[in-house]
Design a protein around this ligand. Sequence first.
Ligand SMILES: Cc1ncc(COP(=O)(O)O)c(C=O)c1O
Length: 401
Amino acid sequence: MDYSQMFSQTSNRMKPSIIRRLLKLVQQSDVISFAGGTPDAELFPKDLLADIASRVIREQGKLALQYGETIGWMPLREQVAAYLKDWGIDCTAENILITTGSQQGLFLSGITLLNPGETIVVEEPSYLGGLLCFRNFSAQFLPVKCGENGLDPAELDAILAKASPKPKLLYTIPTFQNPGGSTIPDEQRGALVEVARKHGLLIIEDNPYGELNYTGKTLRSLKSFDKEGRVIYLGSFSKIASPGMRLGWVCADPDLIARMAMAKETTDVCTDVLSQAIAAEFFKGGHLKAHLQKLIGTYQKRRDVMLSAIAEHFPKEVRYNKPLGGFFIWAGLPEGQNTVELFEKAVAAKVAYVVGTAFYPNEGQGLNTLRMAFCAVDEARIQEGIQRLGVVFKEALNQKA
Ligand SMILES: Cc1ncc(COP(=O)(O)O)c(C=O)c1O
């Protein structure tokens, strides 16, 4: 059957993620892939979760295998509210909505707040899944450059002063950003919230990587500077324990939470209750901190290995950041180089990255950039993969490999 006349305008606006397409290309086992931003499956706390799951099903199965409240499993909402104190957030379970991954938090923010044609400020580059989501609501993007220190409050202020029509929302990943690996310094965070207040913006603070902190110093969330309900904070279980459990949370003013819960009800009724009950026990048992130590130890070493391999093997003209946490190193070749064209050469050399242009709100930008994830590749393969990429880049710059 030909459905072309049947699709809704919304469906016609949707685009497949270029990253999923690229990942398919590089799934052969002999390709060293820095493309996927997924956690290392070897690090999932399998035994612990298996023990908790069997106990939860036996002891709480009547509730945990039943439909649950749309807003979330109360013990998990309480655990998350308590946990967010680590981020300087003073909240209670009333402020928490459990979502099916933080991706759903983005969707619920969009459907609750964005009218077609309204403007959302986005980082350039930004998380592709966020951009695709907001595009579905026919949002206009106002991109603001996101450098190694993330969004600059003064630059944002100057751009907003000139913006017409005025944007309504700011979408930011202030901590260990995807894709840029950038972090807004602690001392700039209050100023950023103040700029949003001055220009009447709500902020969506997306923080799935914040726990993977390799500095040893704690950071404050943007939400911790928010005294009036301006920041919608999104957290996720995906990078700290398991993405397959599909758990995230929104922390926001109860009025906003109620609206978002209404939208969620027609989407999935409730998030997987069994996953929620398992996660609540995981938090309650104090397992998160010990598990995070393990993740941080492994990922931090991989970051360091990738950075020193880049210093050794990439042409000196390639610029790259040194992320303080998270999964990603972002690099830029000299202007005029095209990482989309070089991608095929890289795959021929059995190594893969994600083309940077995928993360730009407007097409055709960032053609000389790329994202490399160090999270899911062991140290020896990181060395080998970066060496292979170095050969490809040196050839592109007409240098001897
Ligand atoms: C910045 C950012 N936000 C949100 C998500 C969605 O994560 P999840 O829905 O698994 O919580 C991701 C996933 O990679 C991400 O990188």
